[in-house]
Design a protein around this ligand. Structure first.
Ligand SMILES: [Zn+2]
Length: 259
């Protein structure tokens, strides 16, 4: 079997809570640290395979709990971001990284155009199509992406604990920041530790901005969501911010809270 054939046998995208009734559509692009078997783990060192370079540790646990309490569908990636980063368009230089922070990615060095195209077709296109379809069949959709980030990056400690990120449309982020600043002792910041200039708002730009849908990208520091209990606690907290922010934005559609 060729690489492309094996890749094709892996379900490239997962939809959790397909029957979810909420107008919120959750997205977790970096949910998985799985590697298709033929890619030989891209030649990565063992520490890299478990690191934030391969996935967003804890993010899927938070996203699953949000899906549950909001009764919202969740569209999630099923392979490592190092195979293909579904939060980047195919033309982005960092869609298939050859180095991530301090980790070399040997299996991504020297890929031919054909090999790059095969990754795009196998992983990015199905992800994009599935998410677009879900949004298209949702009344007054609200697009919310869920990520985590490492507490130490290139040797520098990050003090921000939750980042609320946006691109040109800051309506929902503004409303969440208003609520977060009143309700928590956590360090919550706008467009931190990343922002639009870093290319991280691709999903929002692709799937929310053209339709004028409310949208936000959530980044949680991964040392705060190591355990299932911490993920649940975090999801319950930011889920309430989200629901109240949607109400403050007068979002239409069904937004439930069932915790
Ligand atoms: Zn991420």
């Amino acid at each position: 079997m060729s690489d492309a054939e094996v890749q094709a046998t892996i379900k490239p995208v997962e939809v959790v809570n397909v029957a979810g009734s909420s107008s919120i559509v959750l997205v977790c692009e970096h949910a998985s640290k799985h590697f298709p078997v033929t890619l030989n783990k891209l030649g990565l060192a063992p520490d890299a395979l478990e690191s934030h370079a391969a996935w967003d540790p804890g993010a899927m646990g938070v996203a699953r709990r949000l899906s549950e309490v909001l009764d919202a569908a969740l569209v999630a990636g099923t392979v490592s971001r190092l195979v293909y980063d579904c939060n980047r368009p195919p033309e982005a230089a960092d869609a298939i990284l050859t180095k991530s922070e301090v980790f070399d990615v040997p299996g991504n060095i020297g890929l031919s155009e054909t090999e790059q195209r095969a990754r795009v077709e196998a992983f990015y296109v199905p992800f994009k199509t599935t998410l677009a379809d879900r949004i298209a069949c949702t009344q007054a959709p609200v697009v919310v992406t869920v990520h985590s980030f490492t507490p130490v990056y290139h040797g520098k400690t990050r003090s921000v604990e939750i980042g609320i990120l946006h691109d040109r449309d800051s309506r929902l982020a503004d409303a969440m920041l208003d609520i977060a600043s009143d309700n928590t002792g956590l360090t919550v910041r706008r467009n931190d530790p990343y922002g639009p200039a870093d290319g991280v708002t691709h999903t929002l730009k692709q799937h929310a901005l053209p339709g004028g849908y409310l949208n936000v990208m959530l980044e949680v520091r991964n040392d705060l969501i190591k355990t299932a209990a911490e993920q649940r606690h975090m999801a319950d907290m930011i889920g309430l911010w989200l629901v109240n922010a949607c109400l403050n934005c007068e979002a239409e559609g069904v937004i439930r809270w069932s915790a």
